[in-house]
Write a protein that binds this ligand. Structure first.
Ligand code: ATP
Ligand code: MG
Length: 180
């Protein structure tokens, strides 16, 4: 499983639609200060379900929508898609390629899609559970994350190991079953 492509429209500094294609292996994003490198990482975390504006370096969710410049009007919505290679079937879905999309409007309303079908945020969480992807996944290591892991409570640290071991989905199902 690897990230094949990111499509960004109206997210933060990306007013025009852009497509970034990745190959397997290492990709480095380079550019001057303020050119949008971190905005790309924010876009990935946002599609995967990040709900905290603060974690996206804003104060409210609307801040992820292109706010306009002197020469350009603000946009009404932001949309980001990730295309993930699933030819080894690591994601529990019968497609070799999985497209995850999130759209947000100025009203704050978010829509999520898996392969262009409208879904709930919960479906996105379930799809990525135990894969290391997802907003709590260990595959995204942000600034300060290493320190956070080292100084986390033993319970929080345990969660990281459980996700890596692939047992989070069973625990989630157990909790869900106990509720019924
Ligand atoms: P550095 O090397 O300093 O870390 P960077 O390449 O990571 O820089 P980013 O933080 O990704 O840069 O981009 C910051 C830019 O994004 C700023 O110029 C900021 O004005 C712009 N930006 C952030 N949110 C929006 C928005 N909603 N609308 C328009 N521009 C935005
Ligand atoms: Mg940065």
């Amino acid at each position: 499983m690897y990230l094949k492509k990111i499509e960004i429209y109206g997210f933060k500094s990306f007013a025009d639609k852009i497509e970034l294609e990745f190959d397997e292996g290492v990709t480095a994003v380079v550019g001057p200060n303020g050119s949008g490198k971190s905005n790309i990482a924010d876009a990935v975390r946002w599609v995967l379900g990040e709900q905290s504006a603060k974690n996206l370096r804003g104060s409210k969710m609307e801040d992820v929508i292109f706010a306009g410049t002197e020469k350009r009007k603000p946009l009404g919505y932001a949309e980001v898609s990730l295309v993930i290679d699933n030819s080894l079937g690591e994601l529990p879905i019968e497609y070799n390629e999985v497209r995850i999309t999130r759209r947000v409007f100025r009203s704050g309303e978010s829509e999520f899609y898996i392969n262009k079908s409208l879904c709930r945020l919960k479906d996105i969480h379930q799809l990525f559970m135990d894969t290391g992807l997802g907003k709590e996944g260990y595959s995204i290591v942000g600034q300060g994350k290493i320190d956070e892991i080292l100084s986390a409570s033993s319970e929080d640290r345990r969660y990281i190991f459980e996700e890596a071991a692939g047992i989070v989905k069973y625990k989630a199902r157990k909790i869900e079953a106990e509720k019924k």
